[in-house]
Design a protein around this ligand. Sequence first.
Ligand SMILES: *Cc1c(COP(=O)(O)O)cnc(C)c1O
Length: 395
Amino acid sequence: MRTRKNHAFYRDTWAEVNLNAIEQNVTRIKQGLPEGAGFMAVVKANAYGHGAVDVAKTALSAGAACLGVAILDEALALRHAGVEAPILVLGYVRPEDASLAAKYNVTLTVFQHEWIEEAAVQISERTGPVKCHVKVDTGMGRIGLRTDGEWEALASAVEKYSSLFQLEGIYTHFATADEIDDAYVREQHRKFEHFLTAFKKRTGLGNPVVHSANSATALRYREYAHTLVRVGISMYGLVPSEEIAGEITVPLEQAFSLHSRITHVKQLNRGEAVSYGATYRASDEGEWIGTIPIGYADGWIRANASGGEVLINGERAPIVGRICMDQMMIRLPEEVARGTRVTLIGQQGKEVISADEVARRLDTINYEIPCMISYRVPRAIYRDGHLIHLHNEVF
Ligand SMILES: *Cc1c(COP(=O)(O)O)cnc(C)c1O
């Protein structure tokens, strides 16, 4: 994360992040958890495109106990921004970087005994021990130990270097918690329980940190909350999948919206073309066409042109012609003034274009939508209706 503060932007395209929505989502999800279960706010990938530092601070003040990120760099960025809460790196960190994690009090995910041997050489008694959570692969098939033998080898390696590694917890990740059928989740849980028993017996830890629940699990399987849930997507106000949307009773509010403004307005004669390939032709005499300064380099990918709509003056307007790198065109219901606001994701009056709608259009999941809006789109961070931060990574 850059340290220079950027308080301005000079283009008419921006994303808005409503911290009140995030605060409310954290509060409401927490209310549904069993007594004593903690909340890890997952803020990897710049908080799913929302802005990691603002989201992390908001979630912590709303009652989150700790943070989850994917890579060490993301953890260090939070530390540099003054965030002191516990941070767990959910992905793999190179053994040679373990000392950096120790220095900045960042908790790592461990699952390979060789990794412990390699990291042990890097960590000195001076940096202090690195905190670790053991990852068990109970069926996700991504990272994690899978057998009793692998657990035994890891536990022995950690014992050998007990002054360098501090085992704090154990966790797993579900592959199908966002699907109606619960058979695979139950099977994964059963395997996790096996390793949890072995972990407690071997380490003698009375109160380890134990976690398995992502958003879908936290919202649907209260019994799997353990000591901590790891919540990402639903903190941002999105349901983990359409399949289980009907089951989610916690009201969630989408925090992310995407806006632009009309830069040019013109009227076309019937048959006149718009954009590369001249694939769109005006079918009516005097069609009004508006230009918007957003394109695929902003993460507004070309596939959005197929059936895509935006909101202008509270009405839907279709995207016409191919989306360019930096600009695209829409068909206007009538002449509008240059500078008129266009909403690509979010609400205008009674009309809403949700991240779910955009995901459906692109044949993907809602997670991808805020993540794919690129660094080039400034993030305007709002709290209580006031702009409190502006992140412009371009200038
Ligand atoms: C990203 C991630 C999460 C958060 O998942 P959501 O579905 O966004 O709640 C939790 N755990 C791990 C290991 C992850 O990688």
